[in-house]
Design a protein around this ligand. Structure first.
Ligand SMILES: Cc1cc2nc3c(=O)[nH]c(=O)nc-3n(C[C@H](O)[C@H](O)[C@H](O)COP(=O)(O)O)c2cc1C
Ligand SMILES: Nc1ncnc2c1ncn2[C@@H]1O[C@H](COP(=O)(O)OP(=O)(O)O)[C@@H](O)[C@H]1O
Length: 310
């Protein structure tokens, strides 16, 4: 897959079949569209091209809204790459871009830059300044500029019944199983292991504290989860606590994982934690000993759950 950091840098002799969207999550609904894109391109001897935007339009247009995304741009890029497409254009979504008229957008970006011969798009897609234009307008532009519009119907979209919003809501409620089913992979968070208060080891539960690079990454609701990671290529299960650690008087939100049957220095390394199941809400305990006993229960619950899955 070739990656381009703006439509203006796109270079290609071949014409393309294009699909456009934010694709946050690259979930099973997105994957159905992307599969169609790649298959159409192969059949018609065109390049398959995805036009996506970063930052998320709402991060730019509604700056007071603290929008959280299912994927970092790195994750989105990797997930899109795995669909087998030829070209990924990550176009900077700026105020200036949002002010382009429908005509300017179609002519300059889709036709002149991306050489669109065919555009596969959802029935409710809107574009151009103030989202003024719709799919019927796009079809008209197609007659002027000689491209075809393939509409994905409401039924096709409803049949999948998946949306990034539904997945965000599931994660906000700690419903990892629903989120993972819709995503088609395990929801994950990547960060660098940093030093914490070094209390964990004193209760025999050392925890790798993750520092996230991206402020906009969605973190599931506070609580305790069963997770898995790949450390030096080996799958290791763990129990993750998300929250402010009220028992030890914490204030900042932390994401910390105790890996099961594991003893290794992880400071400074990048770790990806894949979420498998919610165990319980975060609680305030009277003592560290009471917390230790509860974590022991969490550990046993996780071991049983993982054993039953085998
Ligand atoms: C599985 C697990 C469950 C946890 N549950 C809670 C909890 O319910 N309440 C709480 O205050 N802290 C909870 N913690 C966080 C501990 O307070 C924290 O790991 C401990 O203070 C060590 O912090 P440190 O990494 O800064 O040394 C939990 C930690 C783990 C690993
Ligand atoms: N089973 C384990 N799970 C998580 N971290 C472990 C484990 N064994 C050793 N470690 C190491 O111990 C560190 C955590 O110890 P801890 O006492 O909780 O200190 P901190 O407060 O700095 O996180 C981890 O960052 C990692 O380097």
């Amino acid at each position: 897959m070739k990656k381009f950091s703006a439509a203006s840098t796109y270079k290609n002799d071949r014409q393309s079949v294009v699909t456009i969207g934010t694709f946050d999550g690259v979930h099973i609904g997105h994957k159905a569209i992307l599969k169609r894109l790649v298959e159409t391109a192969q059949k018609e001897n065109l390049d398959s091209t995805v036009l996506t935007f970063f930052p998320h339009p709402r991060m730019v247009l509604q700056q007071n809204v603290d929008i959280k995304l299912l994927n970092t741009i790195t994750e989105r890029t990797l997930l899109l790459e795995n669909t087998g497409l030829d070209n990924l254009v990550i176009h900077p979504f700026t105020h200036a871009f949002s002010r382009l008229t429908a005509l300017e957008y179609v002519r300059d970006i889709l036709v002149n830059s991306l050489k669109a011969k065919k555009i596969i798009i959802g029935y409710d897609h809107r574009f151009g300044r103030n989202r003024n234009a719709n799919i019927e307008d796009l079809k008209e532009f197609g007659q002027t500029y000689n491209f075809e519009v393939v509409e994905i119907s409401a039924k096709e979209i409803d049949d999948v019944a998946v949306s990034s919003t539904k997945i965000r809501k599931a994660l906000d409620a700690g419903d990892i199983e629903t989120a993972n089913t819709y995503l088609g992979y395990n929801f994950m968070i990547t960060g660098e292991v940093i030093k914490g208060k070094a209390i964990g080891r004193t209760i025999n539960y050392p925890t790798a504290n993750l520092k996230l690079k991206e402020k906009y990454k969605l973190v599931p609701k506070n609580g305790v989860y069963i997770v898995q990671s790949y450390i030096e290529g080996k799958k290791i299960f763990g129990i993750t606590s998300i929250g402010t650690n009220p028992t030890v008087g914490g204030k900042e939100k932390t994401i910390e994982t105790h890996f099961l049957n594991f003893n290794q220095d992880l400071y400074g390394t990048d770790i990806t934690v894949e979420f498998l199941k919610f165990i319980r809400n975060e609680e305030t305990f009277d003592s560290l000993e009471a917390l230790r006993k509860e974590i022991l229960k969490d550990e046993n619950f996780a071991l049983q759950y993982l054993k039953a899955r085998e």
